[in-house]
Design a protein around this ligand. Structure first.
Ligand SMILES: [Fe+2]
Length: 288
C-alpha cells in the first residue's frame, strides 16, 4: 500500500520552564520564535519553511491549545528526536556544543568505509537530541527537502527535523496498528530488540548514508543508543493526504477530530498525531 503520509511537519515537547526552553532553543539551535505566549505556556519555533518545534509548559486549569485539548494532547516527555545538519558540519557542531558547555557523544551508525555519525546530547528537560548530516543533493528527497538557513555563528546549523522516537508498551500491537490505522510505511524492524522504523513518506525507504528523508522510530520503553529514551505522550504533526488517513482512522475506530486545519487522532498508547495537508503553509498556520 502507498502510504498517505508525506512528511514530518513538527514536534511538541513538554518543558517545565518555558523561558529556559526558549533560551536554549534560540541560543543553541538558533531557532526563531514565531509565537511566544508565556500566559498559555506556549512557544513555537520555525525550523524551516515547512517544519516547526513547539514547547508546551503545562499550567493548571489551562490548555496549551484549545483545538487539541479534547484529545488530551500533551507535549512529549523525554523524547528522542533528531535534527538534520549539512554534510561536513558535524565537527563544527561538536565545537559549538562544547562552547555551550553541553556534553555530547558521537556514534558511527554506518561502516568504517562509509561512516554515518550521530552526535547525541540532551536539552535541559531530558529530551534526547541527535544531529545527523544529510546530503542535500541526495536523490532520496523528502516531500519538503531540508532548507539551508542562515543561523547565528554560535548556533547549530540545523536545516530540518529528521526523526522522532516514541515509546510503546505493547510493541506488537503498535507494529500491527500503525500501518493499518494510519498508513505509516514500515521500513525496518530489528532482530535483537523491539525497534521499528517507519519512513515518513509514500513508500518505505532504506535509511543511511546521508539520506534527507524523515523517520518515525517506535520502541518498547528501552534505553536506546546514547541513553536516549523513546518519548511518552508525544505530539507529532505530519503532512498527509488527510482524507485517506481519516478513512483508515475511522475504520480502526480511533478517537479523532477534524476541522479546517487538520485531523487529530489519539493513539491508544496516549500519543497524539496531527495530520495536515501539504498545502497548509507554515509558519502562517502557527498560533491560529
Ligand atoms: Fe536517533
Amino acid at each position: 500500500m502507498t502510504s498517505p503520509i508525506l512528511d514530518l511537519a513538527g514536534l511538541t515537547l513538554e518543558v517545565n520552564h518555558l523561558a529556559r526552553g526558549v533560551r536554549f532553543y534560540s541560543q543553541v539551535l538558533g531557532l526563531e520564535a514565531v509565537h511566544h505566549d508565556a500566559r498559555r505556556g506556549v512557544a513555537e519555533f520555525s525550523v524551516n519553511a515547512h517544519q516547526t518545534l513547539t514547547l508546551w509548559e503545562p499550567i493548571s486549569r489551562q490548555r496549551n491549545d484549545e483545538r487539541l485539548a479534547r484529545l488530551g494532547a500533551r507535549g512529549a516527555s523525554h523524547l528522542h528526536y533528531a535534527w538534520q545538519v549539512p554534510e561536513d558540519s558535524l565537527e563544527r557542531c561538536q565545537e559549538i556544543l562544547s562552547e555551550h558547555g553541553l556534553p555530547w557523544q558521537a556514534i558511527n551508525l554506518g561502516t568504517d568505509e562509509q561512516p554515518d555519525v550521530g552526535v547525541y546530547f540532551f536539552d535541559p528537560f531530558g529530551h534526547g537530541l541527535e544531529l545527523r548530516a544529510v546530503n542535500l543533493q541526495d536523490e532520496r528527497q523528502p516531500y519538503f527537502p531540508p532548507w539551508t538557513l542562515h543561523r547565528p555563528a554560535h548556533a547549530l546549523p540545523v536545516v530540518g527535523l529528521r526523526e522522532a522516537a516514541l515509546a510503546f508498551f505493547d510493541f506488537e500491537a503498535m507494529l500491527e496498528r500503525l500501518p493499518r490505522a494510519y498508513g505509516f510505511a514500515l521500513a525496518k524492524t530489528q532482530q535483537d530488540r523491539n525497534f521499528a522504523q517507519f519512513t515518513l513518506a509514500r513508500e518505505p525507504e532504506r535509511d543511511g548514508n546521508g539520506t534527507p528523508q524523515r523517520w518515525l522510530y517506535c520502541w518498547d520503553p528501552q534505553v536506546g543508543l546514547a541513553d536516549m529514551l523513546g518519548g511518552d505522550h508525544a505530539l507529532l504533526r505530519l503532512y498527509a493526504d488527510v482524507d485517506a488517513v481519516e478513512r483508515l482512522v475511522q475504520a480502526a475506530g480511533l478517537e479523532h477530530g477534524r476541522d479546517d486545519l487538520s485531523l487529530v487522532v489519539r493513539d491508544p498508547e496516549g500519543h497524539v498525531f496531527e495530520f495536515m495537508p501539504q498545502t497548509q503553509q507554515l509558519p502562517g498556520w502557527i498560533g491560529k
